[in-house]
Design a protein around this ligand. Structure first.
Ligand SMILES: *[C@@H]1O[C@H](CO)[C@@H](O)[C@H](O)[C@H]1NC(C)=O
Ligand SMILES: *[C@@H]1O[C@H](CO)[C@@H](O)[C@H](O)[C@H]1NC(C)=O
Ligand SMILES: *[C@@H]1O[C@H](CO)[C@@H](O)[C@H](O)[C@H]1NC(C)=O
Ligand SMILES: *[C@@H]1O[C@H](CO)[C@@H](O)[C@H](O)[C@H]1NC(C)=O
Ligand SMILES: *[C@@H]1O[C@H](CO)[C@@H](O)[C@H](O)[C@H]1NC(C)=O
Ligand SMILES: *[C@@H]1O[C@H](CO)[C@@H](O)[C@H](O)[C@H]1NC(C)=O
Ligand SMILES: *[C@@H]1O[C@H](CO)[C@@H](O)[C@H](O)[C@H]1NC(C)=O
Ligand SMILES: *[C@@H]1O[C@H](CO)[C@@H](O)[C@H](O)[C@H]1NC(C)=O
Length: 826
């Protein structure tokens, strides 16, 4: 079986023997019947199977669960003993005569049991065709009388015909909890749960912190999930009455298999099974882009993914702290320009169209009111700040909000209307409107002039540099920062005194200079307490230095991961900017793997550890951090090594926040490093997580081979390293790729996998490349890997014409381990 898995996966590879051991072929368990490890129960229509399984090849833990029976990839939808795994195959599931399912271990200790308040007389347990395991009285098949059912205790999977929500009568709260990792079903960090304060909505939390809100149901869909649309695969609906509140979906044709999960990284994902390719494909995700981060723009802020930066204030509001706001710290949100005056009765409303409505935890509703009644209801209550209709398909019902409005965003389509309360003086203010129009005209003019000026300067400088040598880099000024250079910026970062830094670096002595990047020198320093630091000094002249500085501060200060370099603070003096990092005694990866002397000290286990570390760091950037970040300049010299030789990704000068979870972005300014850039990025300027994956793939092959992709030479052919690896792979000789100095220290199966993963990452078409979730999974488990297709740019040695944009700072030839820019050809 060869399969390609879609991430994030809840897919488990069994030992085939488990499946073959099947003895039971009926769907019920009767009183005192035992299901031992190896036996399974199948639903009547063969859709689901349950029994004991092991989710990981690395741990012996066994769980009792339910999975799809007709799908080749074992995909678990429910697990009984999530928190209490068995460590051997002695487990027994049994139904006692009171109607309780119990899971016993080798010592006959109950490690899990079904929990119900009622008991049964002649109980049977049955696995239904829906994948629901239920316990009932023998002759009573009425669902309302089930003694217990697994659908009341879901794990990470929301199944068709399951009622996801609250049952106020029975006191049930059915919500999703993520798995801890793809091969550990114990309860992870994320929950997705109905909140019935105010008008109900579904809140996704990481621990106790809110990550995403569905918004309230607006009669057609969740206000915050515009991509939930009538479709041919499933129907869906919401029910809310005094007995219960729930959301539910049903498959239109049960021959299509679809499931909805809360992934280990807290993403709501709907998958459908594609039989032809034998894989789960993402059909739709709950969160779409960074605007879906709960409350990103703070109170009275509104997020618009097409704007840069995405956060703005609602009409009639302004940032509470303009300084913070300007440096992209939006948490404190916006405040009214003019206070409300409820007592005078002069307030009115401004209509905001095409939005996701705010968090409804502090809201009130009445389904039978119309919109006019709703408006007067809101006016009557002084703490009411907005109203909207409850059902947008009929325009009926009333939903009103109290106090702060938070978590709003704009949609291109499928948004709804909300009416925001405003002081009388802010209503119909012609002057304000004209002012805005003037601004709308003025800003583009100012921006174009600035851009023009900058371009002139740029061309002038280029001329002045005369004919520079071709360098390995193409770098130009990052986009959209021309017009926004602030003079005063107080960063959130710890600020170091200039004197402290000067002392630490012996007044920036040349002896302590670690290298010289395109944007200025880097020094080693020692603080008074003995802590070693690296100081990146952005030269005063360099406009680029400033942009990169801003970029780096903006991104890296928000990121915390053991595989990312840590920024300790900054220091600003008279326009000169310095960034202070932890010192990395082992410099960068390229000073090892491409160095004839030091290469030998990098044995296979070291290299393997580094590969895994980089993968995790990159996964964090792409998926797990608060922002979705494309690094755009991943290369050996940007991987620093700490004392224990753990890799740390550095240099976020070119990084970009990704706008839109599944889309790509386009830039006219291609920046990056030859040899690492993906074809679609270098040629068309299209970057995405997949262009980072390409660079990662190049890095893998370089680490394995100890050779640089760019500048690679081989006696037999004209290909670069990628082409060389591909050629060897096709001839099944890829073990020849291995760096001679690690022969003897490697594990063949690991190297084999790494090379294949590397080739998968550098495939020509971005859609063929795995994403980092997948890569991490492939690295960490024994999943079968697909066959790689042709790599991108494998014959490429020349500098392509398309990417002629420019290079800059050619003077900065460097061995700077902080790697601002490496200029040596590669
Ligand atoms: C079922 O298992 C329990 C516990 O292992 C044991 O005590 C009991 O005898 C078994 N019953 C049957 C019918 O095998
Ligand atoms: C399983 O765990 C129990 C204690 O929880 C221990 O006594 C037993 O030796 C373990 N079995 C294996 C196979 O590790
Ligand atoms: C089992 O039921 C009891 C009482 O009904 C409740 O307190 C307890 O939390 C339940 N346990 C689980 C795992 O649902
Ligand atoms: C259930 O139905 C069967 C057959 O209809 C009957 O023999 C049995 O006594 C019934 N059991 C109960 C508990 O009513
Ligand atoms: C909203 O209106 C539609 C059309 O009348 C109706 O089918 C639906 O049940 C209503 N939804 C709610 C939540 O009232
Ligand atoms: C469901 O889909 C299958 C395969 O496409 C088709 O043969 C079948 O007629 C469909 N059933 C219904 C009820 O539409
Ligand atoms: C809801 O609105 C209707 C019509 O205005 C009114 O008769 C009813 O009392 C309201 N219900 C509540 C709970 O305020
Ligand atoms: C809003 O004010 C009303 C009285 O005008 C009060 O009953 C209600 O509790 C307040 N609601 C909130 C959420 O503060």
């Amino acid at each position: 079986m060869k399969c390609f898995l879609s991430p994030p996966l809840f897919i488990i590879f069994f030992t085939i023997s488990t499946l073959l051991l099947t003895t039971t072929a009926i769907s019920t368990i009767t009183q005192n019947q035992n299901i031992t490890d190896g036996q399974t129960i199948v639903s009547d229509d063969q859709s689901f199977r349950m029994g004991f399984f092991t989710p990981s090849t690395r741990s012996p833990n066994r769980f009792f669960g339910i999975w799809y029976n007709r799908i080749e990839l074992i995909t678990v939808v429910w697990v009984a003993n999530r928190e209490t795994p068995l460590n051997d195959t002695s487990g027994v599931l049994t139904l006692n005569n009171e109607g309780t399912l119990m899971l016993l271990n080798h010592a006959n200790t109950i490690i899990w049991s079904s929990n119900s308040s009622t008991t049964a007389n002649n109980p049977v347990a049955q696995l239904l065709d829906t994948g629901n395991l239920m316990i009932r009285n023998e002759n009573d098949t009425n669902p309302d009388n089930y003694v217990w059912q697994s659908f009341d205790y879901p794990g990470d999977t929301f199944m068709p015909s399951m009622k996801f929500g609250k049952d106020f009568v029975k006191g049930l709260d059915k919500y999703l909890t993520s798995w801890k990792s793809v091969d550990d079903p114990s309860i992870g960090e994320y929950t997705n749960r109905f909140d019935s304060n105010g008008y109900p909505q579904i809140l996704l939390r990481r621990g106790s912190e809110l990550e995403f809100s569905s918004g309230p149901w607006n009669g057609l869909r969740w206000s915050g999930m515009p991509n939930l649309k009538p479709n041919e695969i499933y129907t869906f609906g919401f029910e809310f009455n005094e007995r219960e509140v729930y959301y539910k979906y049903e498959l239109v044709n049960s021959s299509i298999v679809s499931r909805f999960i809360l992934s280990v990284d807290g993403i709501l994902e709907r998958y459908t099974w594609i039989e032809r390719s034998m894989r789960w494909e993402i059909y739709v995700t709950g969160q779409m882009d960074s605007c879906d981060r709960y409350g990103l723009c703070g109170a009275y802020g509104i997020c618009s993914i097409n704007d840069s930066p995405p956060c703005g204030c609602l009409r009639g509001f302004e940032p509470r702290f303009p300084e913070e706001w300007r440096r992209a710290d939006w948490d404190n949100g916006c405040v009214r320009k003019v206070e409300l005056d409820c007592a005078a009765g002069g307030d009115g409303f401004v209509k905001q169209s095409g939005v996701k409505v705010p968090d409804t935890r502090r809201s009130w509703f009445n389904a039978s009111m119309n919109l006019e009644e709703c408006e007067s209801e809101c006016l009557r209550k002084c703490n009411c700040t907005a109203y909207a209709s409850l059902n947008i398909s009929t325009g009926s019902g009333c939903l009103i909000w109290f106090d702060e409005l938070i978590d709003m965003r704009v949609y291109a389509e499928d948004g709804q209307d909300i009416f925001v309360r405003m002081a009388a003086s802010e209503l119909g203010d012609r002057e304000a409107r004209t002012k805005r129009r003037v601004i709308i005209i003025v800003i583009p003019v100012v921006v174009s002039i600035t851009v023009l000026l900058a371009l002139c300067l740029f061309v002038y400088r280029k001329r002045a540099q005369k004919k520079n040598e071709l360098t390995g880099e193409i770098r130009v000024v990052p986009e959209n920062n021309f017009a926004t250079v602030n003079k005063r910026e107080d960063w959130e970062l710890p600020l170091f005194e200039f004197n402290t830094i000067a002392n630490a670096t012996s007044n920036f002595s040349d002896e302590l200079k670690l290298g010289e990047g395109g944007f200025g020198p880097v020094y080693k320093g020692v603080l008074e307490d003995g802590k070693e630091i690296a100081v990146k000094r952005h030269s005063r002249k360099s406009k680029q230095g400033l942009d990169e500085f801003r970029n780096e501060v903006q991104y890296i200060a928000k990121l915390q991961h053991r595989n990312l370099v840590r920024l300790l603070g900054c220091c600003i003096k008279e326009g000169e900017r310095m960034l202070i990092y932890e010192y990395m005694p082992n410099k960068s990866l390229n000073s090892f793997i491409f160095d004839d002397g030091k290469r030998k000290s990098m044995d296979w286990s070291n290299r393997y550890k580094i590969i895994n570390g980089i993968a995790r760091g990159l996964l964090y950037l792409h998926q797990d951090s608060r922002l979705r970040i494309i690094h755009r300049d991943l290369k050996a010299s940007n991987i620093l090594l700490d004392k224990e030789m753990n890799p740390r990704i550095s240099d976020f000068g070119l990084a970009r926040i990704m706008e839109g979870s599944d889309t790509q972005a386009n830039t006219r300014r291609v920046m990056g490093t030859y040899g690492y850039m993906a074809p679609e990025y270098m040629i068309d300027g299209i970057y995405s997580v997949k262009s980072d994956v390409f660079s990662f793939g190049v890095l893998l092959l370089e680490i394995v081979s100890g050779k640089k992709n760019r500048g690679f030479r081989h006696a037999n052919h004209d290909l670069n390293l990628l082409g060389h690896a591909w050629r060897l792979y096709q001839n099944e000789k890829h073990m020849d790729l291995i760096d001679d100095v690690i022969k003897g220290s490697y594990t063949q199966s690991e190297v084999n996998r790494i090379i294949q993963i590397g080739l998968l990452c550098v495939q020509n078409y971005p859609e063929d490349r795995p994403d980092m979730t997948m890569v991490v999974l492939m690295l960490g488990s024994e999943v079968l890997l697909p066959e790689p297709k042709e790599p991108g740019f494998y014959t490429e040695r020349r500098r392509p014409q398309e990417a002629e944009s420019s290079s800059s700072n050619p003077e900065g030839s460097s061995s700077n381990h902080l790697s601002v820019t490496y200029m040596q050809p590669r």
